[in-house]
Design a protein. Structure first.
Ligand SMILES: Cc1ncc(COP(=O)(O)O)c(C=O)c1O
Length: 352
């Protein structure tokens, strides 16, 4: 349409995964949510939020949340920039750092929203392919050689589940002249994280979310962690009150309940192992994953028909409509019951 900038007319909108209106009996394994409810302490804060303070604006920096992140992750609280989900941080970074003539670099396949934001900014987009032959490992030297003004590395990466060793991330940060965004949306389920890099690399921002490890996707809370000088530039493009009073208070309570968090993560990792074994036994190639999901190459190569067949059996999984992923599904790790339902549904499919 004539109202829009050329790059907006030309780009494709981000397509979110399906969110059914009524969950009913559905095992929802398509958008990497957490199968368990949020922390009871967080829910208590939510239920208790009945006072009149909602007539006031929230703290613009979501101070409660900054303090909770600082305490729980052992970082200074002024190194924390809260967001309306971690996608809000991706938007702020793109607004602050990308423009025509600037370059954004990321591997593929990965979280498509980096590309969306690059396209909105009309920046130059450089995609570095990862390959099945290399187990979808991220070719760090090729990423560095692409010399992005902004480089996004998701670790663990979605949809592949591949994590990047913190030493390799450190090497990338050292070699890159531009900003390195390490998206740790799935770090709760991984063996390692890159927090230590922040002490010595002033071009790194780490993104975290409460959507996955803390079962709060519906609340919309995420945050970036970086040195305050770097955050200052990102902060300029933040919407004024980007985190509401309720998400800030409930998110802080969830973060502080590490015992509950750790138990949910333990159960998810247990079911991830079970799902992996069971799907391998059903002739799938299951790629090693450090996230709360598995990427699976299906036996007959037709992932779309399996996705549709499972949907008919009330099991939602994610099929990506692109040629590189035609024989693959991404399946979120569910509770034991949900994994049972997935496997029963799978066994009732008439696979060639
Ligand atoms: C790699 C990655 N980063 C960021 C996000 C955004 O998470 P949220 O905006 O819910 O914090 C997602 C969501 O699926 C993701 O997969």
């Amino acid at each position: 349409m004539k109202f829009f900038r050329d790059n907006i007319n030309e780009m494709q909108a981000y397509i979110p995964g399906e969110q059914p209106a009524n969950l009913g009996q559905i095992a929802k394994l398509n958008t990497n949510e957490n199968p368990y409810p949020p922390s009871p302490r967080a829910l208590e804060v939510l239920r208790g939020y009945t006072d009149g303070n909602l007539r006031l604006y929230p703290d613009a920096m979501a101070r409660d949340l900054q303090l909770a992140v600082g305490d729980v992750l052992g970082v200074p609280s002024d190194w924390v920039l809260p967001g309306d989900g971690s996608d809000d941080l991706i938007i702020m970074i793109a607004r602050s750092c990308l423009a025509p003539g600037r370059r954004v670099v990321f591997p593929t396949p990965t979280f498509p929203y980096y590309k969306t934001q690059g396209q909105i900014a009309a920046a130059e987009i450089v995609e570095i392919p990862t390959s099945e032959a290399e187990d979808f490992r991220i070719p760090i030297d090729a990423v560095i050689a692409a010399a992005g003004d902004v480089t996004f590395l998701s670790s663990p990466n979605s949809p592949t589940g591949v994590a990047i060793d913190p030493d390799r991330l450190d090497y990338a940060a050292e070699k890159l002249d531009g900003l390195l965004v390490i998206d740790e949306a799935y770090a709760d389920f991984a063996d390692a994280n890159a927090l230590k890099l922040l002490e010595k690399r002033n071009n790194v921002i780490i993104l975290r979310t409460l959507s996955k490890g803390y079962s709060l996707a519906g609340l919309r809370v995420g945050f970036g962690i970086a040195n305050p000088q770097l955050l200052e530039g990102v902060l300029k493009t933040k919407s004024i009150y980007n985190v509401g009073a309720i998400p800030a208070a409930v998110g802080a309570a969830a973060l502080r309940d590490q015992t509950y968090h750790d138990e949910c993560v333990r159960k998810i990792i247990e079911q991830r192992g079970r799902m992996s074994q069971e799907l391998s036994a059903r002739s799938c190639k299951v790629w090693a994953s450090q996230g709360n999901f598995l990427m699976v190459t299906v036996p007959d190569g037709n992932a779309k028909s399996i996705c549709d067949g499972l949907k008919d059996r009330d099991v939602l999984v994610r099929y990506f409509n692109n040629p590189a992923m035609a024989d693959k599904l991404r399946i979120s790790v569910g509770s034991k019951c949900e994994v049972d339902k997935l496997l029963a549904g799978w066994d009732s499919l008439e696979l060639k």
